[in-house]
Design a protein around this ligand. Sequence first.
Ligand SMILES: Cc1cc2nc3c(=O)[nH]c(=O)nc-3n(C[C@H](O)[C@H](O)[C@H](O)COP(=O)(O)O)c2cc1C
Length: 364
Amino acid sequence: MYRLLRPLLFRLDAEAAHGLGVQAARLGQTFGGVTRALFPRADERLAQTAWGLRFASPVGLAAGFDKNAALVPFWADLGLGFAEVGSVSAQPSAGNPKPRAFRLPADRALVNRMGLNNDGAEAVAERLAHTERPEGFVLGVNVAKTHSPDILGEAGVDDFRQSVRALLPHADYLALNVSCPNTAEGKTFETPEALDALLTAVMAEVQAASDAPPTLVKLSPPATGGVDAGAVDELVRISLHYGVAGFIATNTASDRTGLTTEASRLEAIGRGGLSGRPLADRATALVRHLYGVTDGAVPLIGVGGIDSAEAAYARIRAGATLIQVYTGLVYEGPGLIGRIHRGLVRLLDRDGLGTLAEAVGADA
Ligand SMILES: Cc1cc2nc3c(=O)[nH]c(=O)nc-3n(C[C@H](O)[C@H](O)[C@H](O)COP(=O)(O)O)c2cc1C
């Protein structure tokens, strides 16, 4: 079905096509029974427990697709195990001027510079307070600093903390987006000093909560040359020191290495974060490194270029307990979720494994 629709959707600007997808999803949400009938649940062998939460499927929705948490029941109806809504920031933001999302079909990739457009923490918290949480479905809430070059340093940390305070009562897990490449000031929180200052404030806020959700840090992809072990290990050390419970690897990439799309097209698009297939090997390398440096003791979410069961399985064998999809959904449609579920069971059978948990880190 999606194969027929895709050529039509791809004639539209990428963000306009996303808007149509959201309309279709709203319809799917209204008729949840139909959606559930069309998209079967994952096999029991794929269920896992992480942070004390049961994930009926290892496949989740990556941050950025449902920034304002408008479609939570729909993601559950599609058969996903979890969704990460956001990024949400303390203040609402319209993001960058359009156009700000672009397809690179030859590379099965996207470039976006959305600029953290979202309704703001208060509005999203209010929406989540009135959203019925689907049973057996895990909800992650991804938080980022407000997209403004004027909110920097201590003010930036405070901004982050405000969002965490507003949203943590509604989150099964919190994700700290310290690696958005599209910040107005062009900086991330991925220097040891910036991460330390952020986690000092944010983790105090989390730990003061009566029902503190596990908190994960979302990292940038490594450069194409490979993982900078010294730099990553320092960020891991700081994170674990403050009680971070896991990592999400990876966010989009700022560079454009290894693409087949013509240079003139890339130049016309301009800056933004690269997602999709070109990210897959780099994101896998970081997952493998994180699994090794943490001795597999903290669950990892693998994301970046996963568009098949084989890609999902490779990420899990590299050390990811869970995986997320975004660009793969744009190219493959929602049928991707069922294909990953069925393919994972087939791959477990091939390798003589009983459950997916046995595959986690098998190739780390
Ligand atoms: C249009 C778009 C918007 C995104 N917005 C966010 C965001 O708000 N917060 C975030 O942490 N990641 C965001 N991401 C990154 C994705 O969550 C994911 O880390 C990245 O796209 C790699 O996965 P993929 O190759 O499956 O797309 C966005 C990605 C895209 C394509």
